[in-house]
Design a binder for this molecule. Structure first.
Ligand SMILES: O=C(O)CCC(=O)C(=O)O
Length: 290
């Protein structure tokens, strides 16, 4: 691949250890890019591990979700439990702490839980992804104004360089104020921005923000990991959320067990299409019949 330096971005960003600035950016702009959250070496190693993980589910042409990464490799915990990302998720999603008769008071140590930890692989030649807001916004009544408070926080870890040419995530700044779904298209929106960044940065965006994958026109896979956080009152939102396996959960450190215990109770009778990658973990097998 030709070495293209990551583009300068005007998007809100700050060093990953600056929680104060990150929190202010998130409040002001609706999303933030944390730079140098992990080293380039660690990012490269994790990218290889995403590409080697076996359970896939298809996206648009050339794009795969590599699901339930924690079931295959607990090194992904360093992403899911990154202190700044977790603190931001708690700031955005945490509720009231004082005792109250309503359902919105809850112990502080269980206010925010981990949803999915999935790989996002845009293979060379992948197509533009569809504009969306993360669940459950798409499942709500589109005739009504959408909630103005986030229900999910997504942390998209850049494990390979994010540039326009590699299929960096696109988003629409300010879309959190629109309280409506984006148009159901993949093409560029007039006010979209490209989230460029070095491997090791992480984009933190609540589910109030319109976003979509870019198209990968390079000859290398663009690899990311999405860690989703949800408040305690949200369950398994979609059929493509796969829980941590009980035997894996038993071996997790206590703090990680606390973040994932609820997944042990997820009802998985409804499942999306999951297939095992072939032996070299690179080829996308034919889509199973629908
Ligand atoms: O892969 C990407 O760039 C976009 C991922 C995405 O849309 C999501 O995680 O909701």
């Amino acid at each position: 691949m030709t070495e293209e330096p990551p583009l300068e971005t005007d998007l809100p960003s700050c060093p990953a250890d600056d929680l104060t600035e990150a929190g202010l950016a998130l409040q002001r702009d609706g999303f933030v890019i944390l730079t140098d959250a992990i080293s380039a070496d660690v990012a490269g190693d994790l990218a290889e591990r995403v590409l080697a993980a076996p359970q896939r589910t298809p996206g648009v042409e050339g794009y795969e979700f590599v699901v339930a990464l924690l079931n295959h490799d607990q090194r992904f915990l360093q992403l899911a439990m990154h202190p700044t990302v977790l603190a931001l998720a708690r700031q955005v999603l945490g509720g009231r702490l004082e005792p109250a008769v309503n359902a919105f008071a809850w112990p502080v140590d269980d206010q925010v839980r981990l949803g999915t930890v999935d790989g996002l692989v845009a293979h060379p030649g992948s197509e533009l992804g569809a504009w969306h807001m993360d669940s459950p916004m798409g499942q709500l009544d589109p005739q009504r104004p959408l909630p103005d408070f986030p229900i999910i926080v997504n942390a998209i870890w850049m494990l390979t360089p994010f540039q326009e040419s590699t299929g960096a995530t696109r988003l629409v700044p300010g879309s959190q104020h629109r309280r409506s779904l984006p148009p159901p298209v993949c093409d560029a929106l007039p006010d979209q921005q490209i989230c460029c960044g070095q491997a090791g940065s992480v984009l933190v965006l609540p589910n109030t923000i319109w976003h979509a994958a870019g198209a990968n026109r390079s000859d290398q896979p663009r690899v990311a990991v999405a860690c989703n956080y949800q408040p305690w009152w949200v369950g398994r939102l979609t059929m493509d959320m796969y829980p941590i396996r009980p035997d894996v959960w038993e071996r997790l450190p206590p703090a990680a067990q606390g973040l994932t215990r609820h997944q042990l109770g997820w009802d998985t009778d409804f499942q999306g299409v999951v297939y095992q990658a072939d032996s070299d973990h690179n080829e996308r097998p034919p889509a199973p019949p629908r």
